[in-house]
Design a protein around this ligand. Sequence first.
Ligand code: FES
Length: 142
Amino acid sequence: MAPGTRLVDLDDVPPDSTLLVTLRNAAGEEVEFVLVRVGGGEVAAWRNVCPHWTDVRFDTGDGATIRDDDLVCGKHGATFDRDSGYCDFGPPEGATLDEAAVAVADGAVHLVDGDYDFVRVGESEAHAGRDRSTNPGERLGF
Ligand code: FES
């Protein structure tokens, strides 16, 4: 029997982008994660928030950019290793993305993290129907 809660079919996670899912934490808050294919046929779930500007999401529902094995922030181009979540370039260099534990079994991705419950595939209630740009506000400088 597969572990945890089934999230999506493995085939639903694109090889060159991300799939947005919403989980619920112990406080009852919806939290977005992006599912990303990593080495060995596995999948990682990284928090859908850039550590540089925490109101910037990697994936606004259409998939985030994956380039050369890195998850790329569309705002200032920071790159995060898709396997480790470590930022090796850009303003938040040295930061590591928060993770939810997932596992691949029986051709599907399962949530195996006791800190979260599965809510839905797609964005959280807080973002539903909002502007999908990765530039939610005007700012000056980095
Ligand atoms: S907001 Fe992501 S690198 Fe600046």
